[in-house]
Design a protein around this ligand. Structure first.
Ligand SMILES: Nc1nc2c(ncn2[C@@H]2O[C@H](COP(=O)(O)OP(=O)(O)OP(=O)(O)O)[C@@H](O)[C@H]2O)c(=O)[nH]1
Length: 475
């Protein structure tokens, strides 16, 4: 079995081509961000007070957003099994974990100089690695995006699911090990790190290194742009990279250092960059969930209809032979279990071949519908079932009914049909359509089978025909 992911409702961000609507929303997001960026640039060097709560809020927000984004992307990878998605999920896990490490060593957050004996240059080195690492993941993503997952996917086998899980674990493990190794290096090797920060101010060397980091992010954005046609994920990653560039420009290039306006606003841009893709992914998830609910309702309605169709006759709307077989066996078992009787009536339209030949097949069909309605009107109890047994032959299953009761119902059927006064010019019995009925009864102690009961009712019907039709014969 295969799943078609090309349909609009099931398309994922990474499989759906970006349409006009997505491009427009993305452009608005970039333009609004650019507007605020240019408004903030002239004031980027304005010193502001140091808000102790800012960094904890900032890193918690980043870590939570990036972890959720990574989890959602890993989830999409497990469905689509595209390497590009795995890389991007790894990228978001990377930013989440390096942000957490950045928080641990940030001076004054957990300990005055930062935990684990971090020095003054450690956070800068972490910041650079973080801001080089993420664009690197983007670049790798654009490379693998060329090999897109086929939109029609086979449902995964247990072995394929195992492979997918292993790939996720390998990626997550690799990313966490990389961040841990770099953190240990940045803390342990601080004596060898160049001076990026002097107090709270960025040094010239720091600015130069940050310029390189910024250029690297431009390259990642360019590679994303070059990859065409764009999927919706490509477009939102481009928005993320634009906002990311505004973040570095304000918080690292155009300002003086920590705790000035550029530093604060740049970090708010960082939060926006982390939130954009997450919001889009959550909206997509909501749409898929709604689609799933609708699909499940449609499926159960279709199932009900299929069950109805498989058990009913299309011409007369009575139950069909399949239902008859099941219901009769079931009711015979019930009758035997509770020591009750059951009556079966077999009923046949008299000289229907002549009717058909004279009036034509369509009028014949209409006649059968009328006869079926008359027969159905004689079923008074909920357990009584009228069935089209085949052709112009009908049957009535009457649980908990003895032979006398069955004979009464059969007589009612015969009368109901004749009271419909359906003209039958070729009948040798009368001027209207009539029926003959045979009635048999199941004696619970007699150990009778369904076939024997049908045979007995059929024999009576045959007898009714032989006796001149338009009558009821009981076994
Ligand atoms: N119009 C129509 N005719 C059907 C349908 N099913 C069976 N028939 C016709 O019913 C007729 C049954 O003919 P016979 O079995 O010879 O029985 P009969 O003419 O009713 O004769 P007796 O039963 O002996 O009274 C045939 O002509 C079938 O083609 C149906 O769904 N629609």
């Amino acid at each position: 079995m295969q799943v078609d992911l090309t349909t609009e409702s099931w398309a994922f961000l990474s499989t759906k081509p970006a349409g006009r609507r997505e491009n427009r929303y993305a452009l608005i997001a970039v333009l609004v961000s650019a507007l605020f960026f240019f408004c903030a640039v002239p004031f980027a060097r304005t010193p502001l007070a140091q808000f102790p709560a800012f960094i904890p809020i900032y890193v918690s927000w980043l870590v939570i957003c990036d972890l959720i984004t990574a989890a959602l992307l890993f989830g999409q990878f497990s469905v689509l099994r595209s390497k590009a998605l795995l890389i991007m999920a790894g990228g978001y896990l990377f930013t989440a974990s390096i942000t957490a490490a950045y928080a641990v060593i940030f001076p004054g957050l957990f300990a005055p100089p930062g935990l684990m004996g971090a020095g003054p240059q450690t956070t800068s080195a972490m910041y650079m690695f973080w801001h080089v690492g993420f664009p690197l993941f983007i670049m790798a993503y654009t490379r693998f995006q060329a090999k897109r997952a086929t939109p029609v996917l086979p449902l995964p086998s247990p072995a394929a699911r195992q492979k997918t899980r292993a790939a996720i674990l390998r990626t997550a493990g690799g990313v966490l090990a990389l961040v841990l190794a770099y953190t240990v290096f940045a803390v342990g090797g601080q004596a060898y790190l160049p001076e990026f920060l002097n107090g709270n101010r960025t040094t010239d060397l720091g600015h130069l290194a940050l310029l390189g980091v910024w250029a690297f992010s431009w390259l990642a954005l360019f590679m994303l742009w070059r990859r065409k046609p764009h999927t919706v994920l490509d477009v939102w990653l481009m928005v993320v990279m634009c906002v990311w560039l505004f973040d570095i420009a304000l918080a690292a290039l155009l300002n003086t250092g920590r705790y000035d306006l550029g530093w604060y606003v740049g970090r708010i841009y960082g939060l926006l960059a982390a939130s954009f893709l997450l919001i889009v992914l959550l909206i997509e998830d909501g749409k898929h969930y709604a689609q799933l609910v609708q699909l499940s309702a449609a499926l159960s309605a279709a199932n009900k209809q299929l069950t109805h169709l498989s058990r009913h006759d299309g011409l007369t709307e009575l139950a069909n032979r399949r239902f008859f077989d099941e219901y009769l066996s079931e009711q015979i078992a019930v009758a035997k279990r509770y020591n009750r009787t059951l009556a079966l009536i077999m009923c046949d339209v008299d000289q229907f071949k002549a009717y058909n030949d004279h009036y034509g097949h369509q009028i014949g069909d209409a006649c059968l519908r009328q006869v079926a309605a008359a027969i159905q009107s004689c079923c008074k109890r909920p357990a009584d079932k009228a069935v089209r047994y085949g052709g112009e032959e009908f049957a009535l299953i009457l649980p908990d009914t003895d032979l006398a009761g069955g004979a009464r119902i059969a007589e009612a059927v015969r009368e109901a049909v004749s009271h419909q006064h359906i003209p039958h010019e070729r009948s040798s019995i009368g001027s209207h359509v009539s029926t003959s009925c045979g009635v048999a009864m199941l004696m619970p102690q007699a150990d009778m089978t369904a076939q024997q009961l049908i045979g007995a009712a059929d024999a009576c019907l045959y007898q009714a025909k032989n006796l001149g039709r338009n009558r009821v014969v009981c076994a």
